[in-house]
Design a protein around this ligand. Structure first.
Ligand code: FAQ
Length: 316
């Protein structure tokens, strides 16, 4: 094929891809897609899957110390759900042509990112309420939008994940509401958890729109339907009344309802802290990477056994 013919064919692919996006149709694994679209999705989906997996660690920390059998069973189920979310998203990401083992290597070597929030410690039981209510609550706001994104496998994975995250958020809120109706000491513990988690949770939505290098492409391709700042605002607007309902104070002196815009105004986010955490300098980055690497090493025999079993079944 000569060069002009190749260019003409390529342009036809680009036009068909853009037309699908403009019409709100999904892109499926076997459809033609621009290389940059594939790469951006792989980056985002693999980071997301890593976040679900690393995200099990701060809550896993409390499985052996939950205050009752009921609380332990609920937390265990939640942590297992997060493992499932990781698996769906890794499977979705594999449809873009990269093997799961390679993505996991990138996580374990420190090359790939995962959500900043999981680099903060969980110091007391109320933190389980804060993580469920706020972290899963933030995840829902972000993921409800992703459930309508342009890449079919990612959007479909999000539908089930969002349903489960809703339960997670409610169980976290219930822990907080319960503690806020308890003793003064329990109320202080709940407030302390929110004081520590509020700002890092707002950072989960990413840098401000002006400093978000990936947003232009992702929004043009309808992977992101809303910007980082829009989703952050949506999260604040829905969370502040929930806090008020149980007597929790949001640790932001500038927080104020604006009846004209019908949104809350809020104080300045320390994006230098976000930068520092995502470049490896958060309070628990080193611990999280060690825990994941140890778990991977200790699980080698399980992977070997699964491969041996699959080979035996194939021979039979
Ligand atoms: N943490 O240009 P942008 C959960 C990076 S799931 C770490 O704005 P983008 C469930 C970003 O990657 C939570 N890195 O990037 C659960 C980029 O770096 P790169 C995970 C961050 O992609 C609950 C650079 O900064 N959810 O919580 C963060 O357009 C409880 C520039 O940023 C998802 O992953 C951050 N917070 O927007 C599990 C959702 N923010 O890659 C267990 C899918 C930014 O160029 C327990 N992802 N960066 O080197 C997204 O929606 C987007 O990727 C954003 C970032 C919004 C996170």
């Amino acid at each position: 094929m000569n060069q002009p013919q190749i260019q003409e064919d390529e342009q036809k692919h680009v036009d068909a891809f853009n037309a699908r996006i403009a019409a709100g149709k999904t892109i499926e694994p076997k459809d033609w897609m621009p290389e940059k679209y594939r790469k951006q999705l792989l980056r985002m989906m693999s980071q997301h899957a890593h976040s679900e997996v690393v995200g099990m660690l701060p809550e896993g920390n409390w499985l052996t110390r939950a205050p009752s059998l009921m609380r332990k069973a609920v937390l265990l189920a939640k942590v297992q759900d997060e493992a499932g979310h990781g698996l769906y998203i890794y499977s979705g990401a594999e449809t873009l042509g990269t093997d799961r083992a390679e993505m996991i290597d990138q996580l374990l070597s420190g090359k790939a990112k995962y959500a900043s929030i999981f680099n903060y410690p969980t110091l007391n039981w109320a933190d389980m309420g804060a993580v469920g209510w706020l972290v899963d609550g933030a995840a829902i706001v972000n993921q409800t939008a992703l459930a309508k994104c342009s890449y079919g496998p990612y959007a479909r994975a999000m539908i089930r994940i969002c349903k489960e995250e809703n339960f997670h958020s409610k169980q976290g809120y219930q822990i907080m509401a319960h503690m806020m109706s308890g003793t003064k000491e329990q109320q202080e513990m709940a407030q302390d958890a929110i004081n520590r988690f509020w700002w890092p949770v707002l950072m989960m939505f990413g840098p401000s729109d002006a400093d978000s290098p990936n947003s232009d492409d992702l929004m043009k391709w309808k992977v992101k339907l809303y910007s980082n700042d829009d989703l952050r605002q949506r999260f604040i607007d829905r969370t502040v009344p929930q806090a008020e309902a149980i007597g929790i104070k949001i640790p932001d002196d500038k927080l104020k309802w604006n009846p004209t815009t019908r949104h809350y105004e809020f104080g300045e986010i320390n994006f230098d802290e976000l930068k520092s955490v995502i470049t490896g300098n958060g309070p628990c980055n080193k611990l999280r990477m060690k825990q994941r690497n140890d778990a991977h090493k200790n699980g080698a025999w399980v992977r070997e056994a699964a491969i041996a079993y699959a080979e035996k079944r194939a021979k039979e």
